[in-house]
Design a protein around this ligand. Structure first.
Ligand code: IVH
Length: 676
C-alpha cells in the first residue's frame, strides 16, 4: 500500500464529482453528458485508485453503487417521525367532502391550493442525510419502525449519495417511492424466466423483492428508481413555505421528482387533474395506482394535523385496479395464420384496468406449466396500460377439487390435422398447412409470393377477398379461377382479371425447388428447397423419403426432416397436391446431383477487401456450397473473387485465364443459393 500523493487525492475527488454529475444527468435529468464508454473509463480509473489506496475509500463514493456481496441484516430502525399512510377517496363526492372538511377546519371560504402528485406504485422509503451524505435508508415497516436497507438503497442510481448544492441543512430526511419502471420490469422477468427462475407478478412486487435482497450486488442489477415526495429537516426555518417549493428544493439537492406533478385550486381542478392523469396513465413508463392531493401550504398542513395514521391535509384518489381475481372457466386452443396452436383462457368476465376482460392468452404449454393453470382455478389477471390482459398467478388455495389440468389437443381444432410439437420448441402447430382454414390466407399468400411461384397481381387484398367469398379454399382452387368468375368481384375489371388469370397460368410449370418452397413447409426456405430438389429430383421422392434419407440431405437436420415428414404424412396435404395436379400444375423434375453441393470439386480463391462481409465469412459460405478455398491461384483454380485493391493474385488469374468474379457477382450468387 502506498501513501496517496496530494495529486491522487485531488484526482479521486475530481473523479467522484464528475461521476456524481454524470450519474445525476443520466438518471435524474435523463440527459446524459458523456457517452457510456467514457463514463466506464472514469469509473474504472476511480475503482483502481480506490483499490490502490484503501485509505481513500468513502461510503458515498459512486463506486459503492455496484453493491457488496456481504449479507445485510436489515436491522430495525425507529422512524424519527412516523411514516403515515393516506386515506382514500373512492369517488368524486368523497373528494369534495375532503376538500370541504379542509376548508372548514382552516376556517376559510376560499379555494384551497393542492399539489396533485401521481401515486407511484412502489415502496415508501425514508432517507437520512447528515452533512449532505446519505447515512441511513429505511423501509416504512409498520409506520413507526422499519428496516435498515441502506446498502441496497445506495445501489439505486437516482438516489443521490451526496446532496448537491451548498444550502444543505445538517440533517435532512427525504421520503419517496422506490419503484421499477415497466421496461425494466419486463426485461427483469424475461431474464428470470430464461434462467428458470420465478417471475414477479407486478412491478411493485419486483421492486419489493429487489429491495429485500440480502446481497446488495443483486439489488444493484435490478432496474430500480426513486422519486422524492416529501422532505423534513430539523430546523424548519430552512424549508420553503409550501409542499411545491419543498419539492423544488429537493430536486435541486439532486433527487428525481415526478414530472407529472401540478398544482390545482379547489376540488374542481383536483378532479380535472385526476381525469387528465388517468388518461395519461397507460402511456407512462411506470405504474401509478392513483393521484395524491396534498394541501400546498405547510402552515395549513400543520394546522390540519393528523388523525390516527393519516394526515388530514392529504388524500389519495385511486384509479381502477390493474389486477383482479377471476376464474378460468375453460381453456380453448386457437389456430393462428401460421398454424401456431395457442391456448386461450376463457375467464369469468372481470373489470380490470378499465375494461371488462373475458379472455387471456396463455401463449403456449410451457406457460401453462409455468403458471400451473388448471380449468376452475382462481387467477390474478393483470392489465396494465394498453397491454393485453395476462394471467400472472394462480391462487392455489382456491383450487377446487374438480379442477382439470390442461392438455394440448392432438388434433387441430379447426381442420382436424395432427398437432405437432417439436421437442425443444414451445409452440405447437397444426400440420395441415395447405388445407387448414385458419392458415388458408397465409398459405396462399406464401404460395403466390415473388420468391415462390411469383403470381403477379395475387396480393393480400385479393387473397382476402377470394378466400372470404369462398372462391378459393386451397391453393389448388387458384387454378380454377376464370376471367368470368373474377370480373364478378367488385373493383375487378376485365383487364385485371385477364392479367391475373394469365399470371396464374404462367405458374403452372414451376421448377421443383420453387414449388417445394411454395408449399410453405415449416423451416423449408429457399436454400433447403434447392437442396431437396437436387437431392431427390422429384416431389414424389421427397414425399416418400424416410427420416434417414431426409437427414442425408445437406442443410436438413432432424427438426426440418420432422417438419417435412409430417407435412407429407397429412392426408389433407396430399389431397391438395393431387388437386393441384388435377388442376394442371406440373412441377418439373430436376436432375439429381446425388446430394452434391453446387460448387462440389471446385477450388476458389479470395483476394482483396470485401465490403459486405469478411473474407472468413465468404470462405465459410463458399465451403458450405462445397468449394475448396485455396490461398493461391493456379491453372486448376475454378474462380477468383477479387475485392477492392486486389493485387498479384488477380493479375495471375488474368494471365492464366481463370474466371474472375467481383464482390457484387459473389453476393448475387450467394443470394441465389439462399446463403444471404
Ligand atoms: S405521501 C403523509 N405521496 O402511498 C403522506 N405517498 O398510502 C404519506 N405513495 O406509503 C405519503 N406516491 O408508498 C405520498 N406522491 C406520493 C406517493 C405516495 C406513492 C405511496 C407511499 C405511501 C402510500 C400511502
Amino acid at each position: 500500500m502506498t501513501k496517496p500523493l496530494p495529486e491522487t487525492i485531488k484526482r479521486v475527488d475530481e473523479l467522484r464529482s464528475a461521476l456524481d454529475e454524470h450519474n445525476y444527468r443520466y438518471y435524474v435529468l435523463d440527459d446524459p453528458g458523456i457517452p457510456d464508454a467514457e463514463y466506464d473509463r472514469l469509473f474504472r480509473e476511480l475503482q483502481n485508485l480506490e483499490a490502490e489506496h484503501p485509505g481513500l475509500e468513502s461510503a458515498d463514493s459512486p463506486t459503492r453503487r455496484v453493491g457488496s456481496s456481504a449479507e445485510t441484516s436489515f436491522e430495525e430502525v425507529v422512524h424519527r417521525l412516523p411514516m403515515l399512510s393516506l386515506d382514500n377517496a373512492f369517488n368524486e363526492d368523497e373528494l369534495r367532502d375532503f376538500d370541504r372538511r379542509v376548508r372548514e377546519r382552516l376556517g376559510t371560504d376560499e379555494d384551497v391550493e393542492y399539489v396533485c402528485e401521481p401515486k407511484l406504485d412502489g415502496l415508501a422509503v425514508s432517507l437520512h442525510y447528515e452533512q449532505g451524505s446519505l447515512t441511513r435508508a429505511a423501509t416504512r415497516g409498520d409506520g413507526y419502525a422499519g428496516e435498515d436497507i441502506t446498502a441496497n438503497i445506495r445501489t439505486i442510481p437516482s438516489v443521490p449519495l451526496r446532496l448537491r448544492g451548498s444550502d444543505v441543512p445538517d440533517l435532512v430526511e427525504v421520503r419517496g417511492e422506490v419503484y421499477m419502471p415497466l421496461a425494466g420490469f419486463e426485461a427483469l422477468n424475461a431474464r428470470l424466466e430464461n434462467q428458470g427462475e420465478k417471475a414477479f407478478v407486478n412491478p411493485r412486487n419486483a421492486a419489493a423483492g429487489s429491495l429485500r435482497q440480502k446481497k446488495s450486488t443483486v439489488t444493484a442489477r435490478r432496474p430500480l428508481e426513486m422519486c422524492a415526495y416529501s422532505v423534513a429537516v430539523t430546523d424548519e426555518s430552512l424549508l420553503p413555505d409550501t409542499q411545491w417549493e419543498g419539492l423544488q428544493q429537493v430536486q435541486r439537492w439532486g433527487f428525481r421528482i415526478n414530472p407529472e406533478m401540478r398544482k390545482a385550486v379547489g376540488a374542481g381542478e383536483c378532479l380535472k387533474a385526476y381525469e387528465e392523469l388517468m388518461q395519461k396513465r397507460g402511456g407512462l413508463p411506470y405504474e401509478i395506482d392513483g393521484i395524491v392531493f396534498k394541501v400546498n401550504r405547510l402552515d395549513y398542513q400543520q394546522a390540519l394535523g393528523f388523525v390516527s395514521r393519516a394526515p388530514r391535509w392529504a388524500i389519495a384518489q385511486k384509479f381502477p385496479a390493474q389486477e383482479e381475481l377471476t376464474v378460468v372457466e375453460d381453456v380453448e386452443f386457437q389456430v393462428g395464420r401460421t398454424g401456431a396452436v395457442t391456448p386461450v383462457a376463457r375467464l369469468k368476465p372481470v373489470f380490470v384496468g378499465g375494461v371488462t376482460v373475458s379472455n387471456a392468452t396463455l401463449h403456449n404449454m410451457d406457460e401453462i406449466r409455468r403458471l400451473d393453470v388448471h380449468i376452475g382455478d382462481t387467477v390474478f389477471i393483470r392489465r396494465a396500460g394498453d397491454v393485453i390482459p395476462k394471467v400472472v398467478k394462480v391462487v392455489l388455495e382456491k383450487r377446487p377439487a374438480n379442477a382439470q389440468s390442461v392438455e394440448l389437443p392432438k388434433q387441430c381444432p379447426v381442420c382436424d390435422s395432427d398437432v405437432i410439437q417439436i421437442e425443444g420448441e414451445a409452440i405447437a402447430r397444426c400440420s395441415g398447412g395447405l388445407f387448414c382454414p385458419a392458415q388458408r390466407k397465409e398459405a396462399i399468400r406464401h404460395y403466390a409470393s415473388r420468391k415462390a411461384l411469383d403470381i403477379e397481381g395475387l396480393g393480400d387484398k385479393w387473397i382476402d377477398i377470394l378466400v372470404d367469398q369462398g372462391m378459393v379454399k386451397t391453393v389448388a382452387d387458384i387454378y380454377l379461377l376464370t376471367v368470368k368468375d373474377l370480373t364478378r368481384l367488385e373493383r375487378m375489371g376485365e383487364k385485371s382479371a385477364t392479367n391475373l388469370v394469365e399470371a396464374i397460368d404462367r405458374s403452372r410449370q414451376p421448377v421443383l425447388w420453387r414449388f417445394l418452397y411454395a408449399l410453405g413447409i415449416r423451416e423449408v426456405g429457399e436454400a433447403t428447397a434447392k437442396s431437396l430438389a437436387s437431392h431427390f429430383g422429384t416431389l414424389e421422392a421427397v414425399a416418400e423419403a424416410d427420416m434417414d434419407a431426409l437427414i442425408a440431405v445437406p442443410d436438413v437436420g432432424p427438426i426440418v426432416a420432422g417438419h417435412i415428414g409430417s407435412f407429407f404424412e397429412q392426408t389433407h396435404n396430399r389431397e391438395t397436391l393431387e388437386a393441384l395436379r388435377a388442376a394442371g400444375v406440373e412441377w418439373q423434375e430436376e436432375e439429381v446431383t446425388g446430394g452434391e453441393k453446387p460448387l462440389h470439386s471446385q477450388t476458389w480463391v479470395l483476394t482483396g477487401t470485401l465490403s459486405e462481409m469478411t473474407r472468413d465469412e465468404a470462405r465459410e459460405k463458399l465451403e458450405a456450397l462445397g468449394a475448396k478455398v485455396a490461398g493461391s491461384v493456379s491453372k486448376k483454380t475454378s474462380c477468383v473473387v477479387a475485392g477492392e485493391a486486389a493485387g498479384s493474385k488477380l493479375t495471375k488469374a488474368e494471365q492464366l485465364g481463370v474466371t474472375v468474379m467481383d464482390e457484387a457477382a459473389l453476393l448475387e450468387m450467394l443470394k441465389e443459393y439462399g446463403l444471404l
